[in-house]
Design a protein around this ligand. Sequence first.
Ligand SMILES: Nc1nc2c(ncn2[C@@H]2O[C@H](COP(=O)(O)OP(=O)(O)OP(=O)(O)O)[C@@H](O)[C@H]2O)c(=O)[nH]1
Length: 344
Amino acid sequence: MSAAKIPTTIVTGFLGAGKTTLIRHVLENAKDRRLALVINEFGDIGVDGEILRACGVENCPEENIVELANGCLCCTVADDFIPAIEALLAHEKRPDHIIIETSGLALPKPLVKAFDWPAIRSKLTVDGVIAVIDGKAVAEGRFADNLDAIAQEREETQTIDHDNPLEEVFEDQLLCADLIILNKTDLLDADEERAVTARLAEGAREAAKVVRAREGRVDPLILLGLNAAAESDIANRPSHHDLEPGHDHDDFDSFVVALPAIVEPTALIERIIGAARAHDVLRVKGFIEVAGKPMRLLVQGVGARVQHHFDRAWKPGEARASRLVVIGEKGIDRDAVIAMLSQP
Ligand SMILES: Nc1nc2c(ncn2[C@@H]2O[C@H](COP(=O)(O)OP(=O)(O)OP(=O)(O)O)[C@@H](O)[C@H]2O)c(=O)[nH]1
């Protein structure tokens, strides 16, 4: 008997939108299914994989978590993605469902296309593309272009061209989605939420539903089992890059800042906020050693909104390195950011 295709969910969404948070919620609440994860990050440090491994849930054992750090899955489909999937399928127990977290800068469409390749098509199907949206970032105009103007341009010229690289990535992710999670609703007032919902509905495919969420808390029954077979529906998922080659993450830059152990988290958080404001840092994340503490400090910044908490104890023998990955637009003043973050 030939095995049924394994449903695979692609989770897309701009840097810091809440993809890892959403996946963590799925891991903790879909215990009836054996899950596998493929996690792709733009920066050099595998922070998302670390966070998800730290959940330690039985339905997603460590061997089922594959990390593809330092790259962008959409550009390395053949080199990285296919071998990762083959390795997952080689395990004795096949996963019931695979979840792929793409990097915040990845375009989902090339990945969906890979599911149309014979080697993958016979084994997997794209159950759905889920776009996680940072509602506050949209409300603040982070990806601003007037969606009416975009729709009109698309109608008139069949192309969508923007100066703002953030917007192109955001738009591509939205246009590929079967389901849109409007996340961070706790940061939106009623007017903002109405406006953002309307903009998402305009920018997305007609079939895509918008579901509101806080901390990615959405019932896995809503997220998994969409049966979209997106690989057979690629033509209906327009992209900025359909007519022009090239990829937007050339417009972004990432680097790692190594720090000594800190004494006081608040002072570091203030420095990160200062650097984010002064140099338009898009994303900061990493683990920090706090002198005298047995736990590692997880630091997460999305723009100037920075959160931190101790996520788990350092393991015996584990290098207690303090490293933050920083992502900004190309041309970000790397030295100035490093100097600001490194101040004693
Ligand atoms: N206020 C608020 N913060 C949230 C919510 N969901 C996630 N966050 C925070 O946003 C930050 C980024 O969340 P992640 O889940 O790491 O986002 P991501 O999309 O995986 O980020 P990248 O993989 O770096 O692109 C973290 O500090 C989260 O705690 C939410 O609903 N409300």
